[in-house]
Design a protein around this ligand. Structure first.
Ligand SMILES: Nc1ncnc2c1ncn2[C@@H]1O[C@H](COP(=O)(O)OP(=O)(O)OP(=O)(O)O)[C@@H](O)[C@H]1O
Length: 264
């Protein structure tokens, strides 16, 4: 059963088309890296899936039509980690992570055992439990990111959407996060994360969707998508390609000369 099915999604912002007929589906067990240059439409796609940006086309959340779900139904199906990490409200870390349980409770109801277990597990996974009482507004950028990811994990949804979740994390926490997402996928849930780090995308994702100019221009395994040609044409970079433990290793090395670059 598909967790997400997207057909012909189009969206315009400020009068300009930003998504131009995007179609794909997500099966349980996939860790999908949404990659593409700045301005390609990755955040807009994630926001459109969540109903935060108006879009045309069909989006199915499992058996539910996204156009007709309630906010709570949607939030029980997919969690979202936004690119913006601004937290305006000086709540303790634990309380912010606890907001991930809102889709399961009537407003203002107290936390039940399942809620408390989910909050503990999420805080431990993101290693924020040691500063659970600190105000979220007084954390470093990477710590805030981990708290916001913990909130999404506490939501215990089949599908997790994350917009540049590794940005601002140190290498150890980047790997911890990618491993966690890979484990969630191996356990039958699915993750769609926009990523700029092609090395992390190649190493950990089961599938990559490459977006350019509001369209999916490649969809497949990291080996299929991250070719010298696509990196040249879409990103305008020359890259080193290697292999480690059977997985692709990619590192962008330099810009290609503009006249050798063909836009797909
Ligand atoms: N509120 C807005 N009004 C008008 N145009 C917008 C708005 N938000 C985004 N855009 C434009 O839509 C296009 C897609 O933006 P989007 O944020 O989806 O790209 P992205 O692939 O996530 O980029 P990045 O990697 O830089 O985060 C860009 O050209 C951007 O300038």
């Amino acid at each position: 059963m598909m967790l997400l099915d997207v057909q012909g999604l189009t969206a315009s912002l400020g009068g300009r088309p930003v998504l131009k007929g995007v179609s794909f589906s997500v099966m349980p067990g996939e860790f999908i890296g949404l990659i593409g240059p700045n301005g390609a439409g990755k955040s807009t796609l994630l926001r459109a899936l969540l109903g935060l940006t108006p879009a045309e086309g069909a989006v199915a959340l499992g058996a539910l039509d996204a156009a007709h779900v309630t906010a709570k139904e949607r939030a029980r199906h997919m969690a979202y980690v936004a690119q913006e990490r601004e937290i305006a409200w000086a709540v303790p870390v634990e309380m912010l992570v606890g907001l991930g349980r809102s889709p399961y409770r009537p407003s203002f109801a107290s936390l039940g055992l399942a809620d408390r277990n989910a909050i503990e597990a999420a805080m431990r996974k993101m290693e924020v439990d040691s500063f659970r009482e600190r105000a979220t507004t007084e954390l470093s950028g990477g710590e805030k990111a981990r708290v916001l990811i913990a909130r999404a994990l506490a939501q215990e949804t089949p599908l997790l959407l994350a917009d540049e979740p590794t940005a601002g994390l140190d290498p150890s926490h980047q790997i911890t996060l990618m491993r966690l997402f890979a484990d969630l996928a191996a356990g039958g849930r699915s993750v769609v994360a926009s990523l700029h780090d092609l090395g992390l995308a190649a190493r950990w994702c089961t599938r990559l969707l490459l977006i350019d100019g509001g369209k999916i221009v490649a969809d497949g395994t990291p080996d299929e998508v991250l070719t010298a040609r696509t990196l040249r044409d879409v990103y305008g970079v020359e890259a080193f390609f290697g292999e480690n433990s059977g997985r692709l290793v990619v590192q962008a090395l330099d810009l290609v000369a503009a006249d050798t670059r063909a836009r797909p």
